[in-house]
Design a protein around this ligand. Structure first.
Ligand code: KIV
Ligand code: NA
Length: 265
């Protein structure tokens, strides 16, 4: 199966074919999502909450994400693998951003990187793209700036809609091949999507975008916390595992496991 490339994202936008993405942090899920035909796998800094046990994405480091990215990139045969640049790894200047992007390409085998911010990150995007590394931008609600934004809040409402469009145009102009719109009103996302020539990828941005992205632990019901309003839970993997573990415990307790067929002669 042929690898999804950034040009396929553009073809999808131009022909109205929708793009799908999921986060993945390990080779097991990467292989499943790849087999199902998901177009891109994001090794998100949401690994901070979902894998590393932090309360936010802020403490996540490049060194922590590189082995996860390597596992996903190794496992995915078709999907385009996007490495998320963590907080503190690109904001200072374009040089720092390029150094980080190179690490993800070289040490982890990523196919693209993602970073947060619109106009404020344009210089960084331009520099990375000039080095031959595709960049997925990320605007709207940007979790790494949660404290600056004043919490988990919907962006792009009212006057924010104009700001959202300005940011979208800035990242397109800087050379991003796609832009994630997180937690914005459907109408604002639709307006941005109509205005841009590059594809928009929505995560809580309504239906009128060029692609949909979800955090896998949310969409599969793996977590024990609440999921955002925009998530449809397609499975309850946590419950499946909980039931299995409970059964295993009971079987060991009762002597039902191991049975004769599990024993070596
Ligand atoms: O880290 C992540 O999972 C993300 C997506 C939610 C956009 O950045
Ligand atoms: Na992220």
């Amino acid at each position: 199966q042929k690898r999804v490339r950034t040009r396929h994202f553009q073809i999808a936008k131009d022909t109205g074919v929708r793009i799908t993405g999921l986060t993945s942090y390990d080779q097991l899920t990467a292989r499943i999502f790849d087999e199902a035909g998901i177009d891109f796998l994001l090794v998100g800094d949401s690994a901070g909450n979902n894998v590393l046990g932090y309360d936010t994405t802020l403490p996540v480091t490049v060194d922590e994400l590189i082995p996860l990215t390597r596992a996903v990139a190794h496992a995915a045969k078709r999907a385009l693998v996007v490495a998320d640049m963590p907080f503190g790894s690109y904001e200072v200047n374009a040089d720092e951003a390029l150094h980080t992007a190179i690490r993800f390409m070289k040490e982890a085998g990523a196919h693209a990187v993602k970073l947060e911010g619109g106009a404020r990150s344009a210089e960084q995007i331009r520099r990375i793209v000039q080095a031959g590394i595709p960049v997925m931008a990320h605007i709207g609600f940007t979790p790494q700036s949660e404290h600056g934004l004043g919490g988990h809040m919907i962006q792009g409402r009212g006057a924010g809609a104009e700001q959202l469009l300005r940011d979208a145009l800035a990242v397109q102009d800087a050379g991003a091949f796609a832009v994630v719109l997180e937690m914005v009103p459907a109408a604002s996302a639709a307006a941005v999507t109509a205005e841009l020539s590059i594809p928009t990828i929505g995560v809580g941005a309504g239906p009128d975008v060029d692609g949909q992205l979800l955090v896998w632990t949310d969409f599969a019901g793996m977590g024990d916390g609440r999921v955002p309003k925009f998530v449809r839970q397609y499975a309850n993997v946590r419950q499946v595992l909980l039931d299995a573990v409970t059964e295993f415990r009971g079987d060991v307790d009762s002597g039902a496991y191991p049975a004769p067929e599990h024993n070596y002669e």
